[in-house]
Write a protein that binds this ligand. Structure first.
Ligand code: SF4
Length: 188
């Protein structure tokens, strides 16, 4: 049928198709018919959890050619049931942002320059500072001579973006290290 045929006019299509309220495909434009959903071209879907906060909403990550093309709420999640807040719904922008940093940067004290570090070096630097602060703040006894065997040189502040398992392990690490100042952002 020609696109300029009177039979192709939306109102005629509507009447011929019995679509009196113009809610069916009879009133779709050609352009609309050619459009497809953002996830239609994905070659696989990976289940994940929103990284932004402790609500932990379930996500479906749509992947094409090993690249994330869209992230949406997972209807199978028992508590979020397919929903994401605006921040979680923008997760794809976190993954594919052109300005996203993918290397570890370090700026030494009093330096104006940032340098990139490999992961092993960065982790060793964190561990060295942790152990030094722990040692420097160590107390065997308090002011009254009571044994305390603790360190006041380090404190832990967990983030609400961490899941239960991460918080469990990190709390163990802090406590085993002798820290007594341990908090979580979600409790403050
Ligand atoms: S979608 Fe929103 S509420 Fe859900 S985990 Fe992400 S940031 Fe939190």
């Amino acid at each position: 049928m020609s696109r300029i045929s009177p039979l192709n006019w939306p109102v005629v299509r509507q009447l011929r198709g019995g679509d009196l309220f113009a809610r069916g495909e009879n009133t779709e434009s050609e352009r609309t018919k050619e459009m497809e959903g953002r996830i239609a071209s994905a070659d696989r879907v990976v289940k994940s959890v929103c990284p932004y906060c402790a609500v932990g909403c379930g996500q479906r990550v749509y992947v094409k050619d090993d690249k994330v093309i869209q992230i949406e709420g997972d209807p199978d999640s028992p508590h979020s049931r397919g929903r994401l807040c605006p921040k979680g719904a923008a997760s794809e922008q976190l993954v594919n942002a052109p300005g996203r940093l993918t290397q570890i940067l370090y700026r030494a004290p009093r330096s104006k320059e940032w340098v990139t570090l490999d992961r092993e070096t960065a982790l060793d630097m964190v561990a060295d500072r942790f152990m030094e602060a722990r040692k420097n703040g160590w107390q065997d006894t308090d002011d009254k001579g009571n044994p305390v065997r603790r360190t006041m040189g380090i404190a832990g502040l967990g983030g609400a973006a961490m899941d239960n398992e991460e918080n469990y392990l990190i709390k163990k690490l802090w406590t085993a290290s002798g820290a007594v100042q341990i908090e979580n952002q979600a409790r403050i």
